[in-house]
Design a binder for this molecule. Structure first.
Ligand SMILES: Cc1ncc(COP(=O)(O)O)c(C=O)c1O
Length: 434
């Protein structure tokens, strides 16, 4: 094993993080190669900096004039220079402040510095590299973003273990969650992934439910199982009901138990309405993790980044810095939130007024989506018919569920859309009963 990897493992010795690392994770390190030497030179080489593979002219990166003129008020450095492997330092600091501001329950808990990744997908994939060996269990509820399967199972050979998302009251099924964790005890370690607001259901738990979820995690950690909790906070902030817990579950778990490491994955993708920017963040926390432990773990993540994407989009990061520093940022986000919240209320009203014999809505209170259980179990046929005969796009999840992204539909179009969906569902149900 490379001596730098051995050094990082030594620095992590005695922590749950070291126990959780996959074979890949144990072997990984950030080399003292071009990127590290160039970062050092950026800080110190005030005369000539002949380190990095970029072209400069009078101290500024060269930029083609047509590109420059499309880049608004970004300087050449902000537009086309490489960003550091871990991301723009100012952006990382601003995002760390955002995390604290949005999650007051964190208090003064020590957390790592957010590391920039190329969108949340990329962050989750790096975590899968660092923590999942073939056969390792990944515990998620049975309604989940399909890409998890591709990342954890197809890419890494992990084993997704599901439990029923909802209990009979239509709230998060803490008992089944508990059972799914208990079932991993023999394996000794598990990855647990929670995604609220959830894709595809659009559900987020209440404060009481979050407390119960945290208790279940603590109890399993107490029983000796080492856990990596990944919080996928892609849709963070889009909470439409007063009883919903309006922080990331990360705020409750960051320092919950020494046998637990939490990795918060979030980003500008949906939070700042910047889907194509491809800027996400990974932030670690764990009870007993010192600054040195956190920094050693971040060096491993940096190695994973360096060896795959190397670094993330510079112009996107520069624009985000300006956005986060802008005084109207909150207010601008508020306007988008209000639009989405109004759509949510319209959808709620529509589905509450309908009977559930054909389309049974799953509980939803947040995010972009809601899903129907298609009672006749012909969801794919319903999707096809809506598309082919009514030019309406929806997502079928196997034959059981139909997901509707009401976030993507203007408010005045929501009633006609749902009218069509209900009408087509009735027709499909009648035909399949024949
Ligand atoms: C639950 C969830 N996580 C992550 C992502 C992906 O985020 P990104 O586009 O930043 O990779 C999505 C996007 O649809 C999602 O629904």
């Amino acid at each position: 094993m490379n001596t730098l990897a051995v050094e990082l493992n030594d620095r992590l010795s005695g922590t749950t993080s070291l126990e959780l690392l996959s074979d890949f994770g144990k072997r990984f390190f950030f080399p003292k190669g071009i990127a590290a030497q160039s970062a050092e030179a950026t800080a110190k080489a005030s005369r000539y900096n002949a380190t990095i593979g970029m072209a400069f002219e009078r101290g500024e990166p060269m930029i083609l004039p047509s590109l420059k003129s499309s880049m608004g008020d970004l300087t050449a450095g902000e537009a086309v220079a490489y960003a550091p492997n871990a991301g723009d330092a100012v952006l990382r600091k601003l995002w760390a402040e955002e995390i604290r501001k949005k999650n007051p329950d964190l208090g003064s808990a020590r957390i790592g510095t957010p590391t920039v990744v190329t969108g949340l997908t990329n962050g989750i994939a790096h975590l899968a590299d660092l923590f999942v060996d073939p056969g390792d269990p990944v515990v998620i509820p049975d309604m989940f973003w399909g890409n998890y399967r591709l990342i954890f199972e197809t890419r890494k050979g992990g084993r997704i273990v599901t439990y029923p998302f909802f209990d009979s009251d239509g709230t998060f099924n803490v008992e089944e969650f508990r059972g799914a964790l208990r079932g991993r005890r023999e394996h000794g370690k598990a990855v647990v992934l929670l995604n609220f607001p959830n894709n595809p259901t659009g559900y987020s738990p209440s404060t009481d439910e979050v407390d119960a979820i945290a208790e279940a995690i603590r109890d399993e950690a107490d029983a000796g199982t080492r856990l990596l909790l990944i919080t996928d906070d892609a849709y963070f902030g889009l909470f439409y009901e007063p009883e919903t817990y309006r922080q990331s579950i990360f705020a409750k778990t960051a320092l919950l138990h020494p046998n637990l490491l939490t990795a918060k994955v979030d980003g500008a993708t949906k939070e700042d309405f910047a889907w194509g920017f491809r800027v996400g963040f990974v932030t670690f926390a764990g009870e007993g993790m010192t600054d040195d432990h956190l920094s050693a773990l971040e060096r491993k993540l940096l190695g994973a980044i360096r060896s795959s994407i190397s670094n993330s989009s510079r112009p996107a990061q520069s624009l985000l810095v300006k956005l986060l520093q802008s005084r109207s940022h909150e207010e601008e986000k508020r306007r988008c939130f209000e639009l989405l919240a109004a759509r949510y209320r319209t959808v709620r009203e529509i589905v509450c007024a309908r009977d559930t014999a054909v389309l049974d809505p799953l509980p939803f209170n947040s995010g972009y989506f809601m899903s129907f259980r298609v009672v006749c179990r012909r969801a794919e046929l319903l999707r096809r018919r809506l598309l082919d005969e009514r030019s309406i796009g929806t997502i079928a999840i196997k034959d059981d569920f139909l997901r509707i992204a009401y976030s993507a539909v203007d408010e005045e179009d929501i009633a006609p859309l749902y009218e069509e969906v209900y009408r087509m569902a009735s027709s499909v149900a009648t035909e399949s009963a024949r």
